[in-house]
Design a binder for this molecule. Structure first.
Ligand code: 13P
Ligand code: ZN
Length: 271
């Protein structure tokens, strides 16, 4: 059996969380990531019959029964993951009953998965129905995106339109747009259901006055969506209060989308 600490999926979690911390997005325990793994990949490192302990999930995730995820721990600091993955990360398998997680590795000091597991697993269910290659759900607190939710209307179309206008390539990176939720209590099933519902239409969901979710086939894709929104939100905050002399007009956004042959949210442009 190979050493799990050298597994590429553990390395990926270490690298991405360290990077996100250094970007200033994940203060203290802010942010969480879940990454669905292939059983055959995990089997090279772990005895899959050895369940260390079981942890109740708090809702029925039967659609994910048997699926294995590496997940950040609740209350854990992204800045510490690269130095101590075994305490700050865990590998869980969704049990047959759908309401229990079987711990296969990690959370060694008695910890458990992120409090946002409902939003993660419910979003995985939604995205997997749309795309069998979907794998990663990422939640973080990027500074400018959060700032923008303080001063911009929290409406899917209006928020997406403003972000698309900020830089030419936004519409190329997320032609399906951005779903936006109002402020809600976090860490429960209700915000999980609301997030997963938005994930039916979008790969990105902004939580007003809290943060953002990105979903993708791999770590780069989920991260790339979030960093592109954050870059655009930074531009928005930099120019907020200044007169707008130039802007990308809707027919120009359409021209970019057409040039790249994209299936974009046409109803988000006023043409
Ligand atoms: P956890 O520490 O439970 O992952 O929560 C962090 C967070 O960002 C809550 O939204
Ligand atoms: Zn959060």
């Amino acid at each position: 059996m190979k050493n799990i600490l050298n597994a590429p999926f553990v390395e990926e979690m270490k690298k991405i969380t360290a990077n996100m911390y250094r970007l200033g997005w994940d203060e203290r325990n802010g942010g969480n990531i879940s990454y669905m793994l292939e059983e055959s990949d995990v089997a090279e490192y772990l005895d899959l019959t050895n369940v260390i302990r079981t942890i109740p999930i708090g809702f029925d995730a039967a659609e994910l029964s048997g699926k294995i995820f590496i997940v950040t721990g609740t209350g854990r600091y992204f800045k510490n993951i690269e130095f101590d993955p075994a305490n700050n990360l865990g590998i869980i398998r969704i049990a047959k009953d759908g309401t229990t997680a079987e711990l296969l590795w990690g959370y060694e000091d008695g910890g458990r998965f992120t409090s946002e597991l409902p939003a993660h697993l419910m979003s995985h269910i939604t995205r997997l129905r749309k795309d069998p290659e979907h794998r990663v759900v990422m939640h973080t607190h990027p500074t400018n995106t959060l700032a923008m939710t303080h001063i911009h209307e929290l409406d899917d179309k209006k928020f997406t339109h403003t972000i698309w206008e900020m830089c030419t390539e936004c519409i190329v990176v997320f032609p399906d747009g951005i779903g936006v939720l109002p402020w809600m209590v976090c860490g429960n099933n209700e915000i999980g259901v609301a997030t997963a519902k938005k994930m039916e239409d979008y790969h990105i969901v902004v939580w007003g006055l809290h943060g953002i979710y990105g979903a993708g086939k791999n770590m780069d894709e989920a991260f790339g969506l979030i960093e592109t929104v954050e870059k655009a939100a930074e531009l928005y905050m930099l120019i907020a209060g200044h007169p707008h002399v130039n802007t990308i007009r809707d027919f120009e956004l359409k021209a970019v989308a057409d040039a790249f042959g994209l299936d974009y949210r046409k109803d988000f442009l006023d043409l």
